[in-house]
Design a protein around this ligand. Structure first.
Ligand code: GLN
Ligand code: ZN
Length: 757
């Protein structure tokens, strides 16, 4: 049986790509050096994939920043403002990805959004009336030729035209349909060019198909593919992932495709679709059976059984992953500190390659049950369940309806809080973290390496906190933060302080661009053993007359940015987390902290891709979990929350139902499009839509911020409006941060003065 994967990680086993790219940005290495390093890494990775015995290797799954942005550059959909400064191609690409401010001009980055239901972010393509697609095949061509030269059984991979169009934002007067003829022409040219240098399979990703499809969507999809496939020169694999294709399965199998890739892990209906409708004999089913998104070992007995079921329906089956391995780290081999009891349950990208090989071999072995690989796998799954704590489980079972509610209704609380906390109109604040300077990072790494004691480390953190409070007072912010210098990552830090998690040393996955995250692994039942945020927060509060927010990461976000267990339902782990945080919230309040922020940065991203599943599979327990964490505080204690990405227009009532007093969120990158919906829904929570984009180093002007605030005031009652950046400032430099915040405070003061006069 043949086996393959949908895509591979690209950041490098030890994040070499990050280091190379950032050095290039700083001017420390040349473009040639950067390209040389990428080439070396690409060749090494292909070797790994070759040695693993994959029959086809995805090529073109590499990206400097994001594959959707790559597609935009490949087909010439680059907005004029990025071309205007006259930067070369690579720098134009980086300008579109992260903004550019320099000798040649000043442009903001394109919008960034979460890639379907993951924590990976893509750059939103922007199409305007002047967009004229034009193929730039040279880079992809070079990669394909390089693969050929190196004996790689390449399968060039592309983001499909349907998904591209659906993800795009239309800036001019045209709509999606208007772009179809030109888009088709450029994709056809692309396929023709590929066929000139490549003989074999081409993979076209259309993950958009796993979302709800309207009749028009399906018509558009059919129209695109009927035309595109008429001219194909290679075998085409249409690859889907992150769900099932229930709205268009029949249309899909009727197309003249050579292969179809389906996700049998997240696709709740994938088996039903195939079994009820059959699968055409002339096509290959790329069966996504090995989970590309989680890090647990694959249960061979279960998967062999599933393969058998598929084999009964489909004549040609290639074993594959459910999605690209981009979403898991490279290898368990680089984990030296985890006990064997843990590591034997884990499979990262390399281990998944080995699992595919073993599974494929077992699938052809009539006597698989006596194979050693099968026996070893069986033993793993017969082992006792992962670390269980009956007390934690009982506490969750004992919860009742009233445990999820604050006693005083929100409008009463808000009035009381304004009075007790003395908050003026348009309070200014930040989201929590301040720049993680070299000194901050050094303090942490020296402690980790054992070069300084816990007390020395602590003294370091306290000195950063002290400087941060002084800086915020100088800038004139109203509600302060301690700066989060003790946190390497907002989820990792919480995982480290709660029982039930394990951590990797090198388990990085790409979040956006060169930013990686190292998600903790939920390895058992979760609880908090002792207060951990209280000491730094109370220290920060002792340094100033102003309020410093207690800063926590919420239950939903902790879980969404971790690798969850597969042996217990998500709902149960979320409630365990909520109770652990509730303990911390109560301790902060007891210590005199009057404002507590519980970040739910990642609440939106695990919203099921299909509307029918939103509440039952998610919101019905995610929203109560947030309330559970904050339910026990006094009415005058102000609960804030923060969410990244304002894409919650369609779940505004659910956001309001979190019953927070204040919410801050990203808004500047999405042009404040959420304001109307807030107004329409009579949003009750006080709001701070971010007034500038922190993902970019550019400094917003006072005028720019004032303009944003004026726009907000058209839709949000003045007494509900907060003024803050988009998100935490940890990735920013110190100079641009101080400059930006000064402008923010000035803008708020000027708007306040305008209203008073
Ligand atoms: N409080 C966190 C910070 O400021 C929130 C980060 C986030 O939303 N991603 O860093
Ligand atoms: Zn954020």
């Amino acid at each position: 049986m043949e086996y393959t994967i949908v895509g591979f990680p690209r950041i490098g086993e030890f994040r070499q790509l990050k280091r190379a790219t950032e050095s290039y940005w700083k001017g420390e290495i040349t473009r040639e050096e950067l390209l040389a390093r990428v080439k070396k890494q690409t060749l090494e990775q292909w070797d790994v994939e070759k040695n693993a015995g994959l029959s086809q290797i995805p090529v073109g799954d590499f990206s400097f920043y994001d594959q959707v942005l790559d597609t935009a550059f490949l087909i010439g959909a680059v907005p004029a403002r990025y071309r205007a400064p006259g930067l070369d191609r690579l720098d134009t690409y980086f300008a579109a990805a992260r903004g550019y401010q320099g000798e040649k001009g000043d442009v903001k980055a394109l919008t960034m959004k979460k890639w379907f239901n993951t924590n990976y972010h893509y750059i939103v393509p922007e199409l305007d009336d002047d967009t004229a697609f034009a193929l730039r095949f040279d880079e992809l061509k070079a990669t394909i030729l390089l693969a050929k030269e190196n004996g790689v059984a390449a399968r060039p991979t592309l983001i499909g035209p349907f998904t591209f169009l659906k993800l795009a934002r239309f800036k001019g007067s045209k709509s999606a349909a208007d772009y179809v003829p030109a888009l088709l022409a450029v994709y056809k040219e692309l396929l023709a060019e590929i066929a000139k240098v490549h003989d074999g399979w081409v993979q076209i990703d259309e993950p958009q198909l796993v979302k709800d499809q309207s009749a028009e969507d399906i018509a558009l999809f059919k129209r695109i593919y009927a035309d595109l496939l008429a001219a194909k020169g290679n075998k085409i694999l249409l690859q889907t992932y992150f769900g099932d294709v229930r709205d268009c399965y029949k249309e899909l199998v009727a197309l003249p495709l050579d292969g179809i890739g389906l996700d049998f892990v997240e696709g709740k209906k994938s088996f039903d679709l195939v079994e009820e409708n059959g699968f055409p004999e002339d096509k290959v089913l790329f069966a996504g059976l090995v989970n590309g998104k989680n890090i647990w070992r694959t249960d061979y007995a279960k998967k062999l059984d599933q393969l058998k079921r598929l084999g009964a329906v489909a004549k040609n089956v290639v074993l594959s992953t459910s999605c690209s391995l981009l979403l898991v780290p490279y290898t368990v081999k680089n984990e030296t500190k985890l006990p064997a009891e843990v590591t034997r349950h884990l499979a990262f990208a390399y281990e998944k390659l080995a699992e595919l090989a073993e599974l494929a071999a077992l699938a052809e072995n009539a006597d698989f049950a006596s194979a050693p690989s099968y026996a070893a796998n069986r033993k793993l799954f017969d082992e006792a369940a992962l670390r269980i704590d009956p007390q934690v489980q009982d506490r969750v079972k004992a919860l009742t309806e009233k445990d999820f509610r604050r006693d005083t209704p929100r409008p009463e609380r808000q009035a009381l809080q304004r009075k007790v906390l003395g908050q003026k109109l348009f309070p200014t604040t930040t989201i929590g973290s301040f720049p993680q300077t070299a000194a901050v990072k050094q303090n942490r790494s020296r402690f980790r390496k054992g070069e300084i004691t816990k007390d020395e480390y602590d003294a370091g953190v306290r000195s950063f906190i002290k400087d941060c409070i002084a800086l915020q007072e100088e800038i004139g912010l109203d509600v302060l933060v301690h700066g989060e210098f003790e946190r390497n990552d907002m989820v990792e830090y919480f995982g480290e302080n709660l029982a039930g998690f394990v951590f990797t040393e090198n388990g990085w996955v790409q979040s956006y661009g060169t930013r990686g995250v190292k998600p903790p692994i939920v390895f058992g039942d979760v609880k908090r053993e002792k207060a951990f945020t209280v000491p730094y927060i109370t220290y920060a509060n002792s340094l100033t007359e102003k309020d410093v927010k207690g800063m926590l990461t919420g239950p939903v976000t902790i879980l969404n940015w971790s690798f969850p267990r597969e042996d217990v339902p998500i709902k149960e782990t979320i409630l365990q987390l909520a109770l652990a945080l509730q303990d911390e919230v109560c301790d902060l309040e007891k210590a005199g902290v009057r404002i507590i922020q519980i970040d739910e940065a990642a609440l939106r991203e695990k919203l099921p891709l299909r509307r029918a599943d939103w509440y039952v599979d998610y919101l019905d327990f995610a929203i109560p979990a947030f309330r559970l964490a904050s339910a026990l505080v006094k009415p005058e204690t102000q609960i804030h929350t923060h969410m990244c990405y304002s894409e919650f227009e369609d779940i505004i009532p659910a956001i309001d139902a979190m019953d927070a007093d204040v919410i801050t969120f990203e808004a500047s990158r999405s042009q404040l499009s959420i304001l109307d919906s807030l107004k329409e829904n009579h949003f009750e929570t006080e709001v701070g839509p971010g007034v500038y984009d922190i993902h970019s180093p550019r400094v917003p002007s006072v005028e720019e911020i004032k303009a944003a605030l004026r726009q907000m005031l058209e839709k949000i009652p003045a007494e509900n409006l907060w003024v803050n950046p988009d998100c935490g400032l940890k990735t920013r430099g110190e100079t641009e941060t101080a400059a930006s915040l000064k402008n923010l405070v000035r803008a708020a003061a000027e708007i306040r003065a305008e209203r008073a006069s």
